[in-house]
Design a protein around this ligand. Sequence first.
Ligand SMILES: *Cc1c(COP(=O)(O)O)cnc(C)c1O
Length: 396
Amino acid sequence: MSNATRIIHSIPTDPLTGAIAVPIYQTSTFVQEAPGVNKGYDYARTGNPTRAALESIVADLEGGSTGTAFASGLAAIDAVLKLLSEGDEIVAVDDIYGGAYRLFTHIYGKFGISVRYVDTTRPEEVFDAITPKTKLVWIESPTNPTLKVSDIAAIARITKAAGVLLCVDNTFATPVLQQPLALGADIVVHSATKYLGGHSDLIAGVVVTKDPGLGARIRFIQNASGAILGPFDAWLVIRGIETLSCRVRLHCTNALRVAQFLETHPAVAEVFYPGLPSHPNYEVAARQATGFGGIVSFSLKQDSEATAVSFVTGTKLFQLAESLGGVKSLLCHPATMTHKSIPEGQRRAAGIRPSLVRLSVGLEDAGDLIADLDAALARVAAARTTAVANSLADAS
Ligand SMILES: *Cc1c(COP(=O)(O)O)cnc(C)c1O
């Protein structure tokens, strides 16, 4: 059965009423016949039927045994980190999501958990960084914002041999394009805020594990820490998932056209999109995923923060906002927005130049999106010509 059909039919009809849409169980508790005798639910932090439907849908999409839904992507990441103990080490991708960096460093650092950041596109760096204290390898693929792609199967062979868990943040690829558990990962996390929800109208996160025992530990953490997803937002994510497959395909088609346009534009220095044969990880990306996603980053020849800011405030269809994965195209300036919490030196090492701009290519017409970018690039070039002329006039 094709992915599109499977996804649509993974959403159950209501067993009680036959409702074709999953009902929203907006309740805090469930009446019991006698102490401990109930219909599978007792208190809605522990379990809620709407959330449970979402959890099993996402587990199924990722090919895992257990799904757990959280109040945000970061709450999902936090739940995975709570598997660790004082003194444990993490090996993580250097181009990590800024919020994950902040959580690892400023929260878990206090509890004696340390992180080594490496270039995970080179599996040998992961191998070299693992010590007897390493308990978790953390990758994102593709990464945010430079779209680096790591070879998940190669890294999984290393973590298996070392007895270390491998967690993949699959937010950018979605299970439509890439299934890390099938490639050997142990855990997948999602910011469901992005493509799973897909409409820029909620904040949510999901953890999926392959092993049921590990899933039970995450479920214990979910109940013990309490950062659960509410039923209405769970319902919105389910509604988003109904169209996930067709949305993601169109995001990919549009993003490739935008990336190809940018690659030929004279004002553009570098384009980061794993679907371009010029991308250093193009082959791995083509091997392990069935598409290259909807995110495109690029830097300008005039590599300054000021130029980038003038560009990101100069587009009309691409709107300036954090986040990604919705139907409307967005753009952002990572150095001053999403990745501000990463120290400048580390940012530069990860390839985040002052002029780097990240696009979340939406579902508008690709020709309209390209015209919007073209016009904003022309405005930036015109502003530069004026500035150069003015400074020559000043000098003479
Ligand atoms: C947005 C994002 C997160 C954090 O998710 P929230 O839902 O904003 O908490 C984690 N990882 C990646 C790759 C993201 O893009």
